[in-house]
Design a protein around this ligand. Structure first.
Ligand SMILES: NC(=O)c1ccc[n+]([C@@H]2O[C@H](COP(=O)([O-])OP(=O)(O)OC[C@H]3O[C@@H](n4cnc5c(N)ncnc54)[C@H](OP(=O)(O)O)[C@@H]3O)[C@@H](O)[C@H]2O)c1
Length: 278
């Protein structure tokens, strides 16, 4: 530990704490970091999946599965402690655990809205709170998996969008708090890609319609490109990555970005049925 992530040795020997490692993006990110010599703590609730991945990556010396729920601070703190006891520290955090409940604002159940916020926003806060002492020691980097939804707010995604806009705000505050500490903070903002969560999004009728059935601007991005962006974000300790790049400039002015894209979304929504009723 201690060497810069961008040192000639690259990431070799570093330790990454990856939430959402049982999911599509998190497991691929773990594989990509493992291929660069990073030792990985694989966090999530599905221990069968995590243990299978840990075995695939060479077992305990290289990869450790740890049961953890981002909705419980004690659980995340215990996971961070286990990772440190096992690997000796943490250099990289990928805050990737996430969920989506697609509903109209008026149709969310009492818990539905809260679940998304508690997982995607509060869960990222818990992950950072639990690992920050280690990151300060290693002068490490945290990569928060946000979304294009941090900037572009679509129908039937209000809770998810609010949570992802929230983690962008959290990251911006945190970056200033960590100024001079050597710890760096990046956010990753992908559009749709294939995964269980991605499937839930593409099954939403209004979202499908607004996005032009996920064509053109909203055509899915390749998961491997998102993984490459995460690795680059860590290696370069960069601030932000947006996929596809067509949205990069809109992301610099989120309010303006929403205003620019909204007529396109509204046009798509009105086409055909003309009504916002499902
Ligand atoms: N797919 C997309 O279109 C898309 C687009 C932009 C951003 N993203 C973001 O990318 C990240 C990864 O998502 P994905 O697409 O790879 O989806 P995924 O395959 O469904 O993975 C979701 C991951 O989150 C974990 N998770 C959910 N709730 C958790 C909890 N309470 N405690 C611990 N882990 C929890 C799941 O682990 P367990 O269930 O095993 O605990 C799983 O590993 C998410 O933050 C998502 O918002 C996805």
């Amino acid at each position: 530990m201690g060497k810069k992530l961008s040192s000639p040795q690259g990431l070799r020997g570093k330790v990454a704490f990856i939430t959402g490692a049982s999911g599509a993006l998190g497991s691929d990110a773990a594989r990509a970091l493992h291929a660069r010599g990073v030792r990985v703590a694989l966090l999530g609730r599905n221990t069968d999946k995590l243990e299978t991945l840990a075995r695939e990556l060479g077992g305990p010396e290289k990869a450790l599965a740890i049961d953890m729920n981002v909705r419980n601070l004690a659980s995340v703190e215990a996971a961070a402690k286990s990772a440190v006891e096992h690997f000796g520290g943490i250099d990289i955090v990928i805050a990737g655990a996430g969920m989506v409940t697609t509903e109209l604002v008026e149709d969310y159940s009492a818990t539905g809205f809260v679940d998304d916020i508690d997982t995607n926003l509060n869960g990222v806060w818990r992950t950072i709170k639990a690992t920050l002492p280690c990151l300060r020691e290693s002068k490490g980097h945290v990569s928060i998996i946000a979304s294009l939804a941090s900037f572009i707010h679509m129908p039937e995604m209000s809770a998810y969008s609010a949570s992802k806009a929230g983690v962008l705000a959290l990251a911006n505050s945190l970056r200033l708090e960590l100024d001079g500490s050597g710890v760096t903070v990046g956010t990753i903002h992908p559009s749709f890609f294939e995964s269980a969560l991605g499937d839930a999004l593409t099954n939403s009728p209004l979202l499908s319609r607004a996005s032009g059935n996920f064509t053109g601007l909203f055509a899915p991005v390749k998961r491997e490109d998102v993984v490459a962006a995460i690795v680059k974000n860590i290696e370069r300790r960069s601030r932000v990555a947006v996929l596809p790049r067509a949205f990069s400039s809109l992301s610099l002015a989120p309010g303006l970005g929403q205003r620019v894209i909204e007529p396109y979304l509204s046009h798509n929504l009105r086409r055909g049925t003309e009504k916002l009723e499902r």
